[in-house]
Design a protein around this ligand. Sequence first.
Ligand SMILES: [Zn+2]
Ligand SMILES: [Zn+2]
Length: 309
Amino acid sequence: MDLLFLGTGAGVPAKHRNVTSLALNLLGERGVTWLFDCGEATQHQVLHTSIRPRRIEKIFITHLHGDHIFGLPGFLGSRSFQGGETPLTIYGPKGIKEFVDISLRVSETHLRYPIHFGEVEDGIVFEDEQFIVEARLLEHGVSSYGYRIIEKDTKGTLLVEKLRELGIKPGPVYRDIKEKEEVVLEDGRVLKSADYIGPSKKGRIVTILGDTRPCTNALELAKGADVLVHEATFSEEDDRIAHEYYHSTSFGAAETAKKAEVKKLILTHISSRYHKEEALVLLEEAKKTFENTEMAFDFSQFMIDNEGR
Ligand SMILES: [Zn+2]
Ligand SMILES: [Zn+2]
């Protein structure tokens, strides 16, 4: 599992930062990539990575501001043109379906795969045996959502050596031990399955927020996360502007990270007013409050292992 930042700028594209898009690669977990936001030219950014558009299974849109969605129609068309035939689900606030439908219809773009839409409200937007994705409304003037991606704990593996020592050979009985609490062997012995299964693996939690002022829902979504991806449009000295435009400063992001006791904070959505070196000031500011902070640049990649390092 890793995060690959495709665009880390706010509002308008800059030479060194494209507008927002972030890929959560789940290749090891489910052989796919999930995309969070799709600012203009996201498909151009994808060309510089190993991401394959046809492998993108879900796109989560945080809000409908142009710097987060103007790349969608082009991306969707190219995914089809490049042979993508598997279904794609787009989650987002009310209006996302209309935006996509009109863009595709007016431009006569015909896709070779079905698109499903999930209109996001507070609560669970997706769940299967592996993951839960929960959304909550943030504070951004328009409906902007944050997503908490929760990987479910996985059962431990079978302690094969231990079973062999008891003379129990591989067969259907191994499956029974995995699935049942107690297993009666052919010779009448009774095994407690828990004694023959290793420790379960704790699932990871990744929180990806849309544009927002620091708020309670941001904190709730971030609680105990392995990684929190938070916007940091402005520096602390522009605190008032940040508040007025419903954005966060790097200090605000760090405070949320600290209160939520996350393991790592990643700053993104940096205003184009900060050039490469200037942006590092935002990082230093955040680190004073929350030490384990990183700043994302376009194409920054962060592995998320089970310790969240
Ligand atoms: Zn934005
Ligand atoms: Zn916005």
